[in-house]
Structures are given as structure tokens and as C-alpha cells.
Design a protein around this ligand. Structure first.
Ligand code: GUN
Ligand code: FE
Length: 454
């Protein structure tokens, strides 16, 4: 077997939801398709042979000792268009934020030059933050949404891109919505076909995603039609589900049932569905997720502003629901899944301990809610891959070479490592908590270098 690239490195990857494996001084052998064909450990019978065969060739990269590889992150929920307003208006409730800031801001993407500028910047920014795969909402505009898919293809990011559908006149501004349900469905079908074509020339894969914004802005006809289109073309599906008190109650009032059941009734819950937030899922909603293979995109930074609650992640995980991490730009202000992984841990601790100091400790919180940074890392990597049913998010044979190289010694963002014999699992934790974009030296997607600081 001849390999296209061989890397000698120390790396971290999830062994399970709770445990991290340290792969010390391993040889990662990558084939022409950009997949990990072989991982040789020191002491394996072929280790020396691979090293002597490739070590002196142009196919070989030695990651300097003291730098570490992590799987590229999978952002399961990002509004690429909202990058333009990231960090603004987070002090108002979700419904006002959508109507006074977000819809007017998204309407500007009818201008292709503007779309090009913002989308190029968000794709570059996410790659520089270690995100190698992103599940994107674009806007209602078909052409600009196609442009986002093309930019992902050109820049080497694995993008899953949705043209947003919102056609319910009473809930959407007249100048920012699909003209009617028939137009929305026709535009979505044309979008799917075009993005599939774009994806054929992208080594890393670029995929169309059926994207009803959320039940409150969509007619029954459009939800029904989108379920049928996703089935016809076997696409991923994304939407928002039971995010806040307002959004959750709105769907209950319209249908007399929860968001999850309503979405399922329209054929929108299936193995390749990813639903953002899901803070108010009932146990039977979560069972529906587990049965259909639908995944939760947990967006902890955004949830701190708009969710009115903390999602019981452990409870849903124990029910075998797939869960990954989302930035939810710009409900979440940060383009970094490191920030989101940190917030996921902190929010879970607040849920477990409770937040009202006037209550006795034993009444304050919800037991068994906390997650560790290793579990959060799983959500940002392997959990995201499983949610999308793609072989990504792990450094293991048969998975894509989607990797970020972390240099703790970056001058402007030093990670405090003073003891040469510090256990590598502690180094991993420091990286997860302290890494900044300055520490992310290089990023590969599907075997190709897509970002480099030097
Ligand atoms: N619900 C419907 N649209 C949106 C959105 O753009 N952001 C968030 N956080 N929730 C939504
Ligand atoms: Fe969102």
C-alpha cells in the first residue's frame, strides 16, 4: 500500500463519550482520498518500516514535539449570514432579536457581492478556529446560498449548506421571505441539484441541506413539501426545535403538540436531521429523536442568551440521542467551538448546582447534570460526526484526515506548560480551556492543508 501523506505526531481523540485517547508518537498514514488508512503505534511491526520508507520523502510531515493534533471540530449549527451581526443585540429576547435585527440583516444577502464578502470571511474564520466541517444556514436567497456552498468548496471546508425556507406571511417580513410555498419548494429543489453538482468537484464533500427555518415561520404546505424533497434527494435536514419558552409554546399553540412531534409529522425527523437547541424536549420527544436517529445541535453560548433554560444534555445522551456542538452564530457570538465546549461544561455545572443562593444546596440544582471537558470535546468532534452520519471527528482508521495542529507556545497566546513530565491528559485539558486561534498553526480537511499561520 502506498500512502499519499504520513504524519508523525502525538494526538488526542475520543475513545468514548467520556474518555480521551492519547496517541503518542503515532504514524498517521493518509490515502489519496484523504482518509486515514493506517495508524501505526510505536512498537507495531510496520512502524519502523513506514518511518524509514517515508521519513525522508516529501510525503512526510513531522509535527514538532510539544505540538499536538486534535480532530477538526464539527460545528453543527451556524448561521453563516449572521456573522455580519455577531456580538450585537444579545440583550433583547429572541422574538425581538429576530424581527428587529436578524431578518433585516439577512435580507442584505440579496446582494451577491455582499454575500460573497461575508461568506468568504466566515468560512476562513471558522477554519482558523479549527472547524473543519460546518452545518450552515444561509438565507432565503437561492443564489447567495449557492455561493456559500461554492466558497466552502473553494476553501476546502466540508460545508453542509441550507437555503433557508420561511414562507408564513404573518410571521415573516414582506421583504424577507419566500414569495409563497410553491416558490420556496421550487427554489429548494433547484438549490439541492446545484449544490450536489458543486459537491461533486469538492474532495472534502459539500452537501445541500433542507432547511425550514423553524416551524413558526413555515406553512404546513412548505413543511410537508420539504420533508418530501429531503426524502426524494436523500439530503440532510436542519431546523430549530423547542429553543425558548416562546418558540416552544408557539408550536404547542398552533398544533397542540411539541415541536418534535410536529416536525416528525412532516417527515422532518430522520437519521440525517439535526435540530438546533432542543432545550425543552420532553422525554417522549427525546425518544422520538433516538428512534428516528435525529440529532441535537447543542448551542451553549446562544442558549445563555435566548433559551430561558439549560438543556439536560446528560439525560438526552443517556437516552441514546446523538448530540453535537453548535456555535449558533450569531445567537452565540463566538465562531470558536473551543468557546462553546467551555460554555457547555460551565452551563452543565450551573444546572447541576443550581443558581439561586437563597435555596438550600440540596434543592438548588438538578443532580447528575454536569459534563466534563472530555465529554464536551466529544460533542465538538465525534458527536458531531455521528450526528451527520459522516466518517469525521475521530483520529481512527476509516475516518477523514480532518485535523488541527495546536502549538501551545504561540508567542501571543502561551498555554502554561512548565513541567516536561506533565501528563498528556492534563496538556489536553489545558488546550481545551486555553487555546486561542493563535495556537491553531495548521488545519487539514480530507488530507489537504486549508489553513496555516506560517
Ligand atoms: N429561531 C429561528 N431562527 C433563529 C435564528 O436565526 N437564531 C436562533 N437562535 N433561533 C432562531
Ligand atoms: Fe440558530
Amino acid at each position: 500500500m502506498s500512502y499519499d501523506k504520513v504524519f508523525l505526531a502525538t494526538a488526542f481523540t475520543s475513545r468514548s463519550k467520556k474518555e480521551v485517547d492519547v496517541l503518542e508518537d503515532c504514524l498517521f498514514c493518509i490515502d489519496k482520498e484523504g482518509m486515514i488508512a493506517r495508524i501505526a503505534y510505536p512498537g507495531d511491526s510496520d512502524y519502523e518500516k513506514i518511518l524509514s520508507g517515508y521519513g525522508q520523502t516529501e510525503h512526510f510531515t513531522r509535527i514538532p514535539s510539544g505540538s499536538y493534533l486534535l480532530p477538526g471540530f464539527v460545528d453543527l449549527h451556524c448561521h453563516a449570514s449572521q456573522w455580519a451581526q455577531a456580538g450585537t443585540a444579545l440583550d433583547i429576547p429572541l422574538h425581538d432579536w429576530l424581527n428587529t435585527y436578524t431578518f433585516p440583516s439577512e435580507s442584505k444577502f440579496s446582494d451577491l457581492a455582499y454575500a460573497d464578502m461575508v461568506y468568504t470571511d466566515v468560512v476562513k474564520t471558522l477554519l482558523a478556529n479549527g472547524t473543519t466541517t460546518a452545518l450552515y444556514f444561509a438565507t432565503v436567497h437561492k443564489e447567495a446560498s449557492i455561493r456559500l456552498a461554492e466558497i466552502c468548496a473553494e476553501r476546502g471546508q466540508r460545508g453542509l449548506v441550507g437555503k433557508v425556507v420561511m414562507d408564513l406571511e404573518t410571521e415573516c417580513p414582506t421583504d424577507y421571505r419566500d414569495a409563497d410555498s410553491a416558490t420556496a419548494l421550487r427554489d429548494t429543489e433547484e438549490f439541492i441539484l446545484k449544490v450536489k453538482e458543486v459537491g461533486r468537484t469538492a474532495k472534502q464533500g459539500v452537501y445541500p441541506v433542507v432547511t425550514p427555518r423553524f416551524v413558526p415561520t413555515c406553512t404546513d404546505e412548505v413543511l410537508e413539501g420539504l420533508g418530501a424533497l429531503a426524502a426524494k434527494y436523500d439530503t440532510h435536514i436542519q431546523s430549530h426545535c423547542s429553543e425558548s419558552d416562546w418558540a416552544h409554546q408557539h408550536v404547542q399553540e398552533r398544533f397542540g403538540k411539541n415541536d418534535a412531534e410536529a416536525l416528525d409529522g412532516f417527515g422532518l425527523l430522520q437519521d440525517k436531521s439535526v435540530l438546533a437547541h432542543c432545550n425543552f424536549l420532553s422525554d417522549s420527544d427525546a425518544e422520538l429523536f433516538a428512534e428516528t436517529g435525529s440529532a441535537i445541535a447543542h448551542c451553549p453560548v446562544s442558549n445563555a442568551y435566548f433559551a430561558n433554560s439549560v438543556i439536560p444534555i446528560n439525560r438526552f445522551s443517556a437516552m441514546n440521542v446523538d448530540i453535537g456542538l453548535g456555535s449558533d452564530i450569531s445567537g452565540g457570538f463566538s465562531p470558536s467551538l473551543y468557546d462553546n465546549a467551555r460554555q457547555a461544561v460551565m452551563s452543565s455545572r450551573m444546572l447541576e448546582d443550581g443558581v439561586d443562593p437563597r435555596l438550600p444546596a440540596e434543592e438548588r440544582g438538578t443532580a447528575n447534570s454536569r459534563i466534563t471537558i472530555a465529554e464536551s470535546f466529544y460533542l465538538a468532534t465525534a458527536g458531531g460526526g455521528e450526528s451527520l452520519s459522516l466518517p469525521i471527528g475521530r483520529l481512527a482508521e476509516g475516518y477523514a484526515w480532518d485535523v488541527q495542529c495546536l502549538d501551545p507556545s504561540a508567542e501571543s497566546a502561551r498555554i502554561p506548560l512548565f513541567d516536561a513530565d506533565e501528563p498528556l491528559i492534563d496538556v489536553f485539558q489545558k488546550i481545551m480551556y486555553l487555546a486561542r486561534p493563535q495556537n491553531i498553526r495548521s488545519v487539514w480537511v480530507q488530507g489537504e492543508l486549508v489553513h496555516s499561520l506560517s
